[in-house]
Design a protein around this ligand. Sequence first.
Ligand code: NAP
Length: 514
Amino acid sequence: MRLIVSIADDQAEAVIASAQSALQTGADLVELRLDQAAPDQVDALVTAATELPRGRWIATLRSEEEGGRCTRSANDRRAILLRAAVSGAGYIDVERRDAAAPFWHDGELGDAGLIVSQHCLEGIPVNPAGILRQLRELRGNVHGAAKLAWACRDIAENLTALDLMRGVPGERIVIAMGEKGVISRVLARKCGAFGTFCAPDDGPATAAGQVTVGAMLEDLGWVGQTANTQLFGVIGSPIAHSMSPAIFNAQFRKAAANAVYLPLRVDSERELRGFLEGCRSRPWLNARGFSVTVPHKHAALGVAGQLADPLTRRIGAANTLDFMEDGIAAYNTDYAGALGAIAAGMGVAEDALTGMRVTVLGAGGVARAVVAGLTEKGAKVTIYNRSAPRASALSSDFNCQTGDWDDRQRHNGELLINCTSLGMQPAVEETPMSPEGLRRDLAVFDTVYNPRETRLLRLARAAGCRTIDGVAMFVQQAAAQYLLWMSRVPDTELFERIVSDRLGSARRTGGQGE
Ligand code: NAP
């Protein structure tokens, strides 16, 4: 099982430096994308590649038709690849059309093997298993692998890619390309593939969806991946900037768990349902649980049906899916995360919320979970929301009061919670409450965590209020997910450290006014 780092630069010297660094980091092979080198650098690159360990590099001249930059004639392509083969390449990548009219004779490839490849930029081909078999046949008796890649349009195509890697005989690489295809890249080892392609730590990815070699080795436990590796992830759209993969993978590595947690881009409810059904019908996949974020929290609840936890049903949104023997259960851990953050930030037990006057700003998904938690503990909640009907609906579901959004400065809460998106990146100068509504004896909790230090929290501290930031809730809701899936308490300080590093700000949770 080979970890292959694909390297592209227009200068030969830079490619070789990056290749050496990738091999030192732990790559098994490096792919030199000759098609990405400046035309006058290609010969120099093949010559310089002899400095690399023999057999540890792949020479690739990807054509424009298959997503590369090579516009050379067939004869030129063949001459360059044959030269690479006798210069110490471990493999040469030959696209199907060139392999179909073989240009090599017995012995002409030296020790080099062949990767016979096809890249379908228009999407998944009709008969991928048949194509893989043809690619295998074109290799003849030369060692190497068949490689089939396509532009991934639906996350369930990853499961097809994994099926092909497990089921089709012969060495093979199958890639669902693009942001949605990360599972096919990361779980290649679990499925017995020839290898997987990833990006260098010090340069650009050559294809969307590639993970860096460092992340594969350090964060995703590539070396320890086995057929039993469990799959977790966070489902949403957009999802690329989620901090959840960083915290869960760090915890899995710390706990020596054989598991990966991936960002899973899903754009529609239909796609969500298809993917979850596909996971359920493949027990070997070991899909164990998924976090769910915007815009699928409501749909996730529907997927679970009767297996949704009763309070989660009342909230009307699930952020956690847990794979059970008889179906997929749904939970909402934002609720527990918010209560935990409030109690820790105020330095009280959760029961101290009983009878407390709480002002909630907002009536969206997070507000529903927060209000559910507060009313469960017996707090007296008043909801202010820009759209009054939404505030009324939430207050009647959980039996609390509402106030007019324009009167929110006159609230009488002891605890104020912002559940609106006001103040969130990029509109960081917005605040849902002006200084008139912030008194010294008030505690202020902002669920927004990016930025960590919101304008509301700055104003609150200036007014002498105790403040609680959204990172505490994010960490606690993630910890509750980990507990549900793994029946173990994670290291929340590790979570907190990673989130703080990512947000690039100092710890301020629970701080009294400065
Ligand atoms: P949502 O369902 O879309 O609700 C957004 C809320 O913000 C609604 O109440 C909306 O009011 C209000 N709002 C939006 N723009 C506004 C404006 N210009 N003026 C006044 N009100 C405005 O979103 P959500 O899922 O509840 O998320 C809300 C926030 O919670 C997010 O921004 C995120 O930062 C935070 N969050 C934190 C965590 C955590 O773990 N700390 C987790 C998830 C989310 P209308 O009803 O009038 O539209």
